[in-house]
Design a protein around this ligand. Structure first.
Ligand code: SF4
Length: 426
């Protein structure tokens, strides 16, 4: 079979899209992110902030270079950058053989398989492009919150819940395929059902998923919307054994005046209250957050208050990026801009603090027996994760020896750095 290389940039929502395309192509082509030559390269781009756009453009140029060297015959692009700048890219990128709107899976596949007949449920025929034992399950797409800095609603559109039957049938299929971890994603998952069923059905959906998953499968929840995280939701995670005690809780900022300018309906006090409740209700919960530095109006005093908040909240995992003024967002017109240099310096300051917090936290795990899911074997180490860690973004556990990928093991933690844990089999 001829080969197609798919390069996926950006977030796991894009990975799901790439896997849908790969699934549809897989009758006629071998598809992988690792090929060095073949029929075509598909670049699934990201484009929500400046750095992501640059990376996407660089990757497209590198793909075109490979085509010019004769390694591939064609280059196609899709994803968020292609959606956002569709007309410009179509006009300017003459060396590219096709630009496709986000979600125009059928268009891109038809280009490579002219007599292609689409499957009824594209999700159920996805081809795993990364780890076979971990699957990202998208429960919704788009977003209605219109945070003032975020271009995503203009790229991915209004909130759209995926039908419950489709999600549950995918989970059943993954259970049958012996997948060990499903990661539920959406731009934000907290509003699930509000469009399609006119009521919030997140807990109902999770109840059904949890029943199907049963024992021996982790369910991980990514991308909650903090203003919509309720005590009922936290209580539900607390009592549901196969949902990991982990939550992606992206606060973006801690200070009330900035949150207001971001159009996020939380205050500093609300956030601290919610974090306190989560820690009281689920004592071993691992919280991951993301932060934006240098939002307009972030004076040094405001930033110092955020540093205090971070030290108090003690997130187990934290990602931070500098504010990027984006077209089609309200924040682009806000006064009191912070220079890029200052915003980047503040990124480093937060990372320094977070590294100390992560180190302190990881040290407390030494001596624990942890359940670890093995993701890969690399040299003398088998590398896996605890329930506290999402693939690619959080910590890993390194265990000497050759363990089975995709299996759970009880591991004693014997050492820890800010980034990784070291373990021994018990
Ligand atoms: S909730 Fe997330 S995706 Fe939606 S507008 Fe805000 S930052 Fe963007």
């Amino acid at each position: 079979m001829k080969k197609i290389k798919i390069i996926t940039l950006g977030c796991d929502k894009n990975l799901v899209d790439s896997e849908i395309i790969a699934g549809q192509l897989s009758n006629k082509y071998e598809v992988s992110p690792d090929f060095n030559e073949g029929e075509a390269i598909i670049v699934n781009t990201c484009g929500f902030i400046g750095d992501a756009k640059e990376e996407s453009i660089d990757t497209i140029f590198r793909a075109v270079e490979q085509k010019n060297f004769g390694k591939f015959n064609k280059v196609f692009i899709t994803g968020c950058l292609a959606e956002r700048y569709y007309k410009d890219l179509k006009k300017d990128l003459k060396e590219v053989d096709g630009v496709y709107h986000l979600k125009d899976f059928k268009g891109i596949v038809k280009e490579l398989i002219p007599d292609y007949k689409p499957s009824k449920d594209l999700f159920n025929e996805r081809l795993a492009l990364e780890m076979g034992h971990v699957a990202y399950v998208r429960i919704s797409d788009g977003c209605n919150h219109n945070c003032s800095y975020c271009a995503i609603p203009s790229i991915r559109g209004k909130y759209k819940s995926r039908a419950e039957e489709s999600i549950l049938s995918e989970v059943k299929m993954l259970k049958k395929a012996k997948v060990k971890e499903i990661i539920l994603i959406g731009q934000e998952i907290s509003s699930y059902g509000t469009d399609l069923y006119k009521e919030n059905r997140l807990i109902k959906l999770l109840t059904e998923i949890s029943k199907i998953a049963g024992e021996g499968m982790w369910i991980r929840l990514l991308y909650s919307h903090p203003p919509l995280v309720t005590e009922e939701f936290i209580d539900f995670i607390a009592k549901t054994d196969n949902i990991c005690n982990y939550l992606d809780f992206p606060i973006e900022h801690s200070e009330t005046e900035i949150l207001k300018a971001m159009y996020r309906n939380d205050t500093r006090e609300d956030l601290l209250e919610k974090i306190k409740y989560m820690r009281k209700t689920i004592p071993n919960i691992a919280l991951r957050t993301s932060i934006i530095t240098g939002f307009p109006g972030e004076t040094r005093k405001v930033f110092n208050n955020m540093l205090k908040f971070i030290k108090e909240a003690k997130f187990e995992r934290l990602g931070v990026f500098a504010f990027s003024p984006e077209e089609d967002t309200d924040a682009i017109d806000l006064p009191n801009r912070v220079t890029r240099k200052t915003a980047l310096k503040r990124v480093s300051e937060i990372m320094d603090i977070q590294q100390e917090l992560s180190y302190e936290f990881n040290q407390t795990l030494i001596g624990n027996i942890e359940k670890v899911l093995i993701d890969r074997v690399d040299g003398e180490y088998s590398i896996g994760r605890t329930f506290r860690d999402t693939p690619d973004v959080d910590c890993e556990v390194l265990i000497k020896g050759d363990l089975d990928v995709g299996e759970f093991y009880d591991v004693k933690i014997v050492d820890a750095t800010e980034f990784d844990l070291y373990g021994e089999m018990v």
